[in-house]
Design a protein around this ligand. Sequence first.
Ligand code: ZN
Length: 262
Amino acid sequence: MLIGAHVDQTDPIAEAAARKAPLVQFFLGDPQGYKGPEFAYAGGAEALKADAEAAGIALYVHAPYIVNVATTNNRIRIPSRKLLQQHVDAAASIGAKGLIVHGGHVNKSDDPEKGFDNWRKAIEATDLKLPLLIENTAGGDNAMTRYLDRIGRVWDAIASCEQADMVGFCLDTCHAHAGGNALETVVDDVRAITGRIDLVHCNDSRDEFDSGADRHANFGAGRIDPDLLAGVVRAADAPVVCETPGGAAEHQADFAWLRERL
Ligand SMILES: [Zn+2]
């Protein structure tokens, strides 16, 4: 079982080493900005790719939070698509295994059908040079990937795309719990829709089931039953990224907690 963490982007190789982790996830640039990806690593993209390969570390890139390719708002959707392509290109240039992006949402009064169709258009408009992993989200009005039926509609919409096989799924345990999806069955439920789970974001949740709140907690410090959390990881049988609070020490404690229960 490959277990790693979300880390600072300046030196992901050192962050992986500090955690004895075989994989790390990080942002490329500002997670809240439209400026486009940047490489903070000394030596840039080429050096990061080479050093990760030499160290045997798998890299995952998380797209900025503001990317929302589903929205009907042109002033957000169009820059989001551009940002998505830029991040695909940047993540591919460092040999990343996948680019993780949130499912996004439409406005409260919008017909969700428009959002599903905007996902189809985004996939058709993007040159997917590496797997794009769509992540479930915890809350938001009219979200595309909070509840299973909506995830199903997104998948229906993109099924006809030529690059459909380049679209995968990232299951976040905090988001699933806070979003109101039973962790007892969520792995099977998602797989029945997507056919795959490519990555698990393993996080405990500071908030209650179906609260809609996206606040991650260290394992055992939140509201998710420990056995359920481990059960999701076991059933998903995919690489794990812990997006839990703290640095190397806290992450290593989380890894140990999880391994003990697997
Ligand atoms: Zn996540």
